[in-house]
Design a protein around this ligand. Structure first.
Ligand SMILES: Cc1cc2nc3c(=O)[nH]c(=O)nc-3n(C[C@H](O)[C@H](O)[C@H](O)COP(=O)(O)OP(=O)(O)OC[C@H]3O[C@@H](n4cnc5c(N)ncnc54)[C@H](O)[C@@H]3O)c2cc1C
Length: 361
């Protein structure tokens, strides 16, 4: 007997879909390969659209200790500009956020299996094979594997970036001026983002093009180059043991799923990968997960192709603008022009931040 829906992946997209389906009485099965949410490669910036999506799902990030953020700061060698965000955002660790989401899915009635991975999907037969050989037949498949490809439904792309993340332990003087701010250090072919998390530590994440990493000859060599290229970042990291970095490769910024098969909903990063500089990936994951689930509740598994086309249309503009900003920030001349514009007219920075958000249905 097929289950009503199988969700592969228990990140924000998968959990949002599971909560929404379960609350409607469709008991979904969710399979997550980790026993407990890992810290994961993410900046931990949750925009106002993400906060609204969490509210819809019944989750209060402030109760989890999220830190409010109202401004962003861009830093390059010798220059710093600051602008207001369009609305209050939050800084929170992915461990705290993902745990709360998956717990909410279980509480809503989803059947959650942790510690097992899906190995392959057969979209025509609508079956999913798990790592222990179990085959699950489902009326609908929600693909929510985020940054990871799934055999049978893999994304196709040519250019990609690498993401790195580490925690900087709490130490007030070094983290001076980080309260209420997300700080972005811009350099050639990438950036580093810093913000305070719920436990007072700082989340440091870096994104660089795969080419720059391979030219540097590895993570240690890249970091050493960056310490001279980005002195303000180097100062933030002074006097601490080299942090342990988690890494993810093959991040295809700007990629969108143009279509999907009957019965297959691609959600979160499997539907659209916005430049991480924009800090909207979690919001896209939450909104797409919940919206795909609502489409299935209203129209059954056959609603998938139409929903996917709509998601593709709605994500085109914010992804396009975020790509423009990412590419500009990664090159010396456009980066300098961007910094000057925001220095003289900070409202332009606020407006740019607003334009990279996805519209909610
Ligand atoms: C460097 C970097 C910084 C970023 N910073 C930010 C930020 O500050 N703010 C923001 O909003 N976005 C940010 N993002 C984007 C954000 O991380 C993603 O958009 C978001 O995590 C997507 O959520 P998701 O649920 O689609 O996927 P994920 O969060 O990747 O979750 C996928 C889940 O699926 C599970 N999984 C994978 N494969 C399988 C399998 N085969 N079987 C079972 N389970 C599986 C994984 O274990 C994971 O739990 C950043 C991205 C990068 C690369």
């Amino acid at each position: 007997m097929p289950v009503p829906a199988i969700i592969i992946g228990g990140g924000p997209a998968g959990s949002a879909a599971a909560i929404t389906l379960a609350k409607a009485g469709l008991k979904p099965r969710l399979v997550e390969r980790h026993m407990a949410p890992p810290r994961g490669v993410c900046g931990g910036f949750l925009g106002w659209d993400g906060l609204a999506a969490l509210d819809d799902l019944g989750i209060d990030p402030w109760a989890l200790g999220a830190r409010p953020i109202s401004r962003f700061r861009l830093v390059t060698r010798g220059r710093t500009v600051t602008a207001d965000l369009p609305a209050t955002a939050a800084g929170i660790s992915r461990k705290a956020l993902d745990s709360a989401l998956i717990d909410a899915a279980i509480a809503a009635g989803a059947d959650v299996t942790r510690g097992r991975a899906a190995r392959a999907v057969d979209p025509l037969a609508r079956t999913v094979r798990l790592d222990d050989g179990e085959i699950i037949a489902a009326n609908a498949i929600f693909l929510a594997t985020g940054k990871h490809e799934m055999r049978g439904l893999a994304r196709q792309f040519t250019h990609s970036s690498v993401g790195l993340r580490a925690s900087l332990p709490p130490c007030p003087p070094r983290l001076d001026g980080l309260a209420g701010v997300v700080e972005l250090h811009l350099f050639d072919h990438g950036y580093a983002g810093l913000l305070m998390q719920e436990d007072g530590s700082a989340n440091l994440c870096l994104s660089v093009s795969s080419d720059r990493l391979s030219q540097a000859g590895g993570i240690a060599a890249l970091l050493s180059d960056l310490m001279s290229e980005a002195p303000a970042l180097s100062a933030r990291m002074a006097d601490i043991d080299p942090p342990h970095f988690e890494a993810v490769a093959g991040v295809p910024y700007g990629w969108r799923a143009r279509r999907s098969e009957d019965g297959v909903f691609r959600i979160g990063d499997q539907s659209a990968v916005i430049a991480s500089l924009a800090g909207d990936g979690i919001a896209i994951a939450l909104t797409s997960g919940a919206s795909a689930a609502r489409a299935m509740i209203a129209g059954g598994s056959g609603a998938a192709p139409d929903w996917q086309r709509r998601m593709n249309r709605e994500s085109r503009r914010p992804l396009g603008i975020a790509e423009m900003l990412r590419r500009g920030a990664a090159m010396p001349l456009p980066r300098r022009a961007m910094m000057e514009l925001i220095r003289w007219v900070p409202r332009l920075g606020t407006r740019a931040a607003a334009l990279t958000r996805i519209v909610r249905d």
